[in-house]
Design a protein around this ligand. Structure first.
Ligand code: PEP
Ligand code: MG
Length: 887
């Protein structure tokens, strides 16, 4: 039979699974000799049994009896004893803190007799009756499910009758009256009397705490915080101490360092003559903890001493709840405190400097998500006085303010005049790129976190809120409407928060991140900012530890240069279709629609020098580092005119329709695909349109040769997208090798280029052994691999139903954001194993969006990849996580 009850002297901080966070830490403090009111903990295992069977486990009652008896003898009084009652609190405490989600009942043990005993002992009748009414109120609400407002209404009633609006003016008689009223409320609402037997009160309160695990708000909170549903909660039974026994009593919270900034000092709040829930309820204003020094110096000094003990013992910042009862300090709770991202970095380094933790532990104490938060510009102040219009998906963090514009050319035009603009679209497509570059931020009403807008914005480090479905965007008329009928027209200023997804009307002030300026090389670790300094130290350590390289996904020389400044070890994905936008789109359109070889050749000849120029710039920026260039992979619909627009144009023109438009419509109709993401793209397009891939390979080879002649050290790697069968790869590889040899011969410069493939289809992963025979490297394209493994259209499903899937708990996070280890991850592991078996030393990387996601970086480390590749802005995050994964 397991042990279901632990005295505070029996547990310790490592028993959180069993005793919950609160119980484990109360035990730890007790064992440290700190002043914790005596008590015991009923385990979460007892709760799990109760929730599974609907009954308390056999033997629990005996254990509780024994522990209660021991507590009574230690305190020298019995629970609810009429002349001098022992009173206890009954509090929940799960493994993970769930603030305010579960239940507490204080003052258990009071009844019509013991209230007199308490009054006599305390010498304070008012205090005793106030305590008694609090018990009935909390017990009624928590245990008997009575609507809490009924009690509050009764209090208001009595206050009104006394002509006051402060609880402080109520007398002992008033509280006596309230006790009577409260009992009547309980009787009427719960259909039973308030139990006067102290032990019955305690047992019912314990069961109520167990039941509160399954209260709707607790279920919702766990779902949001991804806390497992079956942990259950422990229950702590603790002898009561009172902060409301006069001016020499009080209650407070304290932090061993500032949880907002991480600075050392005295942080916390204190409330004289009050109980803990008065602080929470905000009934009276607290004073800064520093004031306690003036009010009660002895308790203050002791508290500071205890805070130091706790911090040294936990080797971390702690938060604390305490009560002072008639000049005697009691510790009611402690735990390792939550903190902001900036505080996390500062505190971790401070603790290292104090010799409390080593550098590995310092790196463990911070996360890539925290670093990401430090990198984005942010709204400088609280958003008071601005109207929140709606909330969309937080697609790319940051804070952006500007005039709403509805088309890409308008964005470019206004930005060219020095105006800040936010590009608002229903959704974006490659044509909007110029506008996205020009805008401070992007807002769309459709599309999920891997929609075009989201992916491109993240790549650029640009703030983006996508899928704000409540907005009705009318691009043609240049306005959108928000819920409540607010209309925003072109030129109206809006603010978007890419970290929360919030959209505001009006201007919210924004400030730059010093951490980004540091990564950009504009600030150094020595310039006096301790946050920058802390980030620098942690990054140095992470880099030293990391086994994974971090490369960048980028396709311009400017982005490549920035990626390099941010610490990229090369480019892992250069998406060449991004080089065919703007004017060049015409040439691609011409190529795809060409009726004969001549037309095709003309288009290719025009594109080649432009491509060569692009590659030269990128090789130069990444001199000496590998550059993986992915041959063109355009879903056709992104490069052809919209079929509906074109049909309307031709239909409206009737007999007068332009011959070119007719031919175009005919071709677009022929090429129209129901699901273009699974259609003629990637290697399929390369095989179907002769010369297209060849032109790109030639441009790569010539650019590399030119760089070499100029004294550079270009390191191209040619990557074939969307391969499903080794035969596809072989055909492209053979052609590419021929062209590389031709260029080497003609230029007299031999630039070796690896030829490899993306693994983006389940078939490619499952036949990786065959594919590796023809590939010198693999790069996992996990955007498509997720799409094709789940059968989820990456452009549609997030906005369509992912929120319901998240609510249903089918997954805790979108598989497009964090790699699905069980499904997609298994395919990757198969491909790693079979690929390396066929070709020992096969170089392996990932270039889907997951390459910059912390959890996915850890997976890549575990799966034995050589590098992750992500957008330039995510590089520091990936570097940090690559280091943490190796610790
Ligand atoms: C991928 O599919 O993961 C990938 C990197 O390619 P793209 O996103 O361009 O399809
Ligand atoms: Mg892909």
């Amino acid at each position: 039979m397991p042990k279901f009850v632990y005295d505070f002297t029996e547990g310790n901080k490592d028993l959180k699974d069993l005793l919950g966070g609160k119980g484990a830490n109360l035990a730890e403090m007790t064992n440290l000799g700190l002043p914790v009111p005596p008590g015991f903990t009923i385990t979460a295992e007892a709760c799990r049994h109760y929730l599974a069977h609907g009954t308390l486990p056999g033997g629990l009652a005996d254990e509780v009896n024994a522990h209660l008896a021991a507590l009574e003898s230690a305190m020298g009084k019995k629970l609810g004893q009429s002349d001098d009652p022992l009173l206890v609190s009954v509090r929940s405490g799960a493994k993970f803190s769930m603030p305010g989600m579960m239940e507490t009942v204080l003052n258990v043990g009071l009844n019509d007799e013991s209230v007199h005993g308490l009054a006599a002992q305390a010498g304070d009748e008012r205090f005793a009756w106030d305590s008694y009414r609090r018990l009935i109120q909390m017990f009624g609400k928590t245990v008997l499910d009575v609507d809490g407002d009924l009690f509050e209404d009764a209090i208001e009633d009595v206050k009104r009758a006394r002509g006051t609006d402060s609880d402080g003016d109520l007398t002992a008689d008033d509280f006596k009256e309230l006790v009577g009223r409260f009992k009547a409320i309980v009787k009427e609402q719960a259909g039973r009397s308030f139990p006067t037997d102290p032990r019955e009160q305690m047992d019912l309160a314990v069961e109520a705490v167990f039941n509160s695990w399954n209260a709707p708000r607790a279920i919702l909170y766990r779902r949001q915080e991804r806390i497992p549903v079956d942990l259950g909660t422990a229950v702590n039974i603790c002898s009561m101490v009172f902060g409301n026994m006069g001016l020499d009593s009080g209650t407070g919270v304290a932090f061993t360092r500032d949880p907002a900034s991480g600075q050392q000092g005295v942080y916390g709040d204190y409330l004289q003559n009050a109980q803990g829930e008065d602080v929470v309820a905000g009934i009276r204003n607290t004073v800064p903890l520093k004031e306690l020094e003036r009010i009660d110096k002895a308790s203050y000094d002791r508290l500071l001493e205890i805070m130091e003990t706790l911090e040294n013992h936990y080797r971390d910042m702690c938060d604390i709840e305490f009560t002072i009862e008639r000049g005697k300090l009691w510790m009611l709770q402690t735990r390792v405190g939550k903190r902001t991202a900036a505080a996390a970095f500062r505190i971790a380094c401070q603790l290292f400097d104090q010799g409390l933790i080593d550098m590995d532990e310092t790196a463990r104490r911070v996360t890539g998500d925290q670093l990401a938060q430090l990198m984005f510009p942010r709204f400088a102040s609280k958003v008071d006085g601005v109207t929140k219009l709606t909330k969309g998906m937080n697609a790319s963090p940051g804070a952006a303010v500007g005039k709403a514009v509805f088309t890409s050319p308008r964005a470019v035009e206004l930005a060219g005049r020095g105006e800040d603009v936010i590009l608002v679209r229903r959704e974006t497509n490659p044509d909007d790129l110029a506008g996205m570059v020009a805008a401070k931020g992007v807002l769309t009403s459709r599309g999920g976190k891997t929609s075009h807008a989201a992916v491109v914005a993240r790549g650029m480090g640009k703030t983006c809120v996508c899928g704000a479905e409540e907005l009705d965007v009318d691009v043609k008329d240049g306005h959108f409407t928000a819920p409540g009928g607010v209309t925003v027209r072109e030129g109206d200023v809006i603010s978007i928060d890419g970290s929360s997804g919030d959209v505001y009307l009006g201007e919210v002030p924004v400030e730059d991140s010093p951490v980004v300026r540091y990564f950009e090389g504009e600030r150094t670790e020595g310039d006096g900012d301790d946050l920058v300094n802390a980030v620098h130290r942690v990054m140095e350590h992470a880099d030293a530890r990391a086994r994974l390289d971090v490369r960048a996904n980028c396709d311009t020389p400017e982005d490549a240069a920035r990626a390099r400044r941010f610490g990229a070890a090369g480019i892992g994905l250069c998406r060449t279709e991004h080089m065919f936008l703007g004017d060049r789109r015409q040439l691609v359109e011409q190529l795809i629609l060409a009726a004969d070889d001549e037309g095709r050749k003309a288009a290719l000849d025009a594109l080649e020098p432009l491509q060569k120029q692009d590659f030269e710039g990128i090789f130069e920026a990444m001199d000496g580092l590998p550059v993986t260039i992915r041959l063109i992979d355009p879903p056709l619909h992104e490069f052809l005119p919209d079929i509906t627009d074109l049909s309307v144009k031709v239909a409206l023109a009737g007999d007068d329709a332009d011959a070119k438009d007719r031919r175009l419509l005919e071709a677009v109709t022929r090429l129209h695909e129901q699901n273009p993401m699974l259609g003629l793209r990637g290697v399929r397009l390369g095989l179907v349109i002769p010369g297209l891939f060849g032109m790109q390979v030639r441009a790569i080879a010539e650019a590399a040769a030119a760089r070499r002649r100029a004294g550079g050290d270009p390191r191209p790697e040619i990557m074939i997208p969307l391969v499903g069968a080794v035969q596809e790869l072989e055909a492209v590889r053979d052609e590419a090798r021929g062209i590389l040899a031709e260029v080497a011969e003609a230029s007299g410069v031999d630039v070796p280029a690896l030829i490899g493939t993306m693994i983006e289809l389940p078939r490619a992963a499952l036949t990786a052994g065959q594919i590796a025979e023809a590939a010198e490297f693999f790069s996992f394209g996990t955007n498509d691999l997720t799409q094709t493994t789940w059968g989820f259209s990456r452009d549609d499903v997030e906005a369509a139903f992912f929120s319901q899937y998240l609510e249903l708990g089918i997954f805790g996070v979108s598989p497009f954001e964090t790699l699905d280890r069980e499904g997609v991850g298994r395919l990757i592991r198969i491909a790693v194993e079979e690929g390396r078996r066929a070709r020992p030393g096969l170089h392996l990387g990932i270039c889907g969006e997951h390459g910059g996601d912390p959890d996915s970086v850890h997976f890549c480390h575990e799966a034995g990849l050589d590098y992750v590749s992500c957008s330039p802005f995510r590089i520091p995050v990936a570097r940090l996580e690559a280091g943490r994964a190796a610790i």
